[in-house]
Design a protein around this ligand. Structure first.
Ligand SMILES: [Mn+2]
Length: 382
């Protein structure tokens, strides 16, 4: 069995207020070529299909087109789950009907639904799609009272899968943060306060685990992989090489993998240097169309630096002026603040207002409120 594993498409994402839809359509075209060229027998998309619970209309149109072309024209079945950015109900619309057409999408958690079973020369391969679900949702759907974090939630879900007739070759598809994984700036944390971590032990017994959530392609252990996102979605990812993962599963379930690179319409880069030097344009081999973060080393004031840089590099999206600040401390502080979690931000605000740190109880209440707001945003109320 030969299949392609991808995740974190985030269709409809805005980057510094710019729509990335054309960039996404560009790499999705490449994905379709890859499916044909590799004669793939299935496509796995491990969550965060859309960037938002209520995606813009043109994002829905693009996904609709892509899925139709893959299932109808390429004749490749698609196995897709909701991630933490997706609204489970909206993504899962029509899933019972669409399965007959080879589009197996799982939005809301349905713990006892049969796996997607595909066959090759050696028999059947069972794909178990496990859509992203908060612990509270798992608790209520499974009636398991003591599921209070993501690790326990996954243990319960996998226990349910493996408790029954679990034999042959098996693939899990999940959207989780596995302990040991490497994060980047464009992943929304799965919990407020808690860690959201899931132990790799939860996935023992599967021949391959197709993961989504972390945006850098990476292997957690043999056969347990993140495919990474479709595109770079933050400047912290400039060093990533985005790809899809080609998985070849043998007769006994052993898997070999190969990363097939995706070439973006425009790359994302950080450019540093003096203003006048940068105005001379890119060096050979660099595109002036790329999405840029420009870091100017100049110490003096410059009139309209963004406007003038954009005459050379039309897609400068962010400008930093570390040279302007005497020590760079201010800039550093701002950057640090951007990286703070909601709870840390609340903590410093609380301290400024009252002179005291919030108590554990107050932090817990704060986490609950923020968690319930996030849940409401995804419409995934247990
Ligand atoms: Mn994601």
């Amino acid at each position: 069995m030969r299949f392609i594993h991808t995740a974190d498409w985030h269709i409809g994402r805005l980057f510094h207020n710019l729509s990335l839809l054309d960039d996404q359509a560009h790499v999705l075209d490449q994905l379709m070529d890859i499916l044909t060229d590799t004669r793939a027998e299935a496509l796995i998309v491990a969550g965060d299909i859309y960037d938002r619970a209520v995606p813009p209309a043109d994002a829905v149109r693009l996904l609709d087109e892509v899925i139709a072309r893959i299932t109808r024209d390429c004749r490749v079945p698609v196995i897709m789950i909701a991630g933490n950015h997706d609204s489970p109900e909206r993504l899962g619309f029509g899933s019972g009907l669409l399965a007959e057409q080879g589009f197996h999408v799982r939005g809301p958690l349905e713990p006892d639904r049969a796996p997607v079973r595909l066959g090759d020369a050696w028999g059947a391969v069972n794909f178990y799609p496990i859509p992203y679900a908060e612990p509270a949702v798992v608790r209520s759907r499974l009636g398991e009272g003591d599921v209070h974090n993501h690790d326990a939630a996954m243990a319960a879900l996998v226990g349910r899968i493996q408790g029954k007739s679990f034999a042959g070759r098996n693939v899990a598809v999940a959207h989780s943060f596995l302990t040991g994984g490497e994060t980047s700036d464009s992943e929304r944390p799965l919990t407020v306060g808690g860690t959201g971590n899931v132990s790799i032990d939860r996935f023992r017994g599967f021949d391959y685990v197709a993961l989504g959530h972390l945006h850098r392609p990476q292997e957690i252990s043999s056969g347990v992989r993140y495919s990474g996102s479709l595109l770079k979605y933050s400047f912290s990812e400039v060093g990533h090489e985005k790809s899809v993962t080609l998985v070849e599963m043998g007769a006994a379930g052993c898997c070999t993998t190969e990363l097939l690179p995706l070439t973006p319409r425009r790359d994302m880069r950080i450019v540093e240097g003096a203003f006048e030097t940068l105005l001379q344009g890119p060096v050979v081999g660099e595109s002036r169309e790329d999405y840029l973060l420009v870091r100017l080393s100049d110490k003096k004031a410059i009139l309209d630096p963004m406007g003038r840089l954009r005459q050379v590099y039309p897609n400068v999206l962010h400008l930093e002026r570390p040279g302007l600040l005497e020590s760079g401390e201010l800039e550093e502080m701002g950057q640090q603040r951007l990286r703070q979690s909601e709870r840390q931000l609340f903590g410093s605000f609380f301290e400024q207002m009252t002179g005291d740190e919030p108590s554990t109880e107050q932090e817990r209440v704060f986490d609950e409120v923020v968690d319930s707001l996030h849940r409401k945003e995804r419409e995934a109320v247990p």
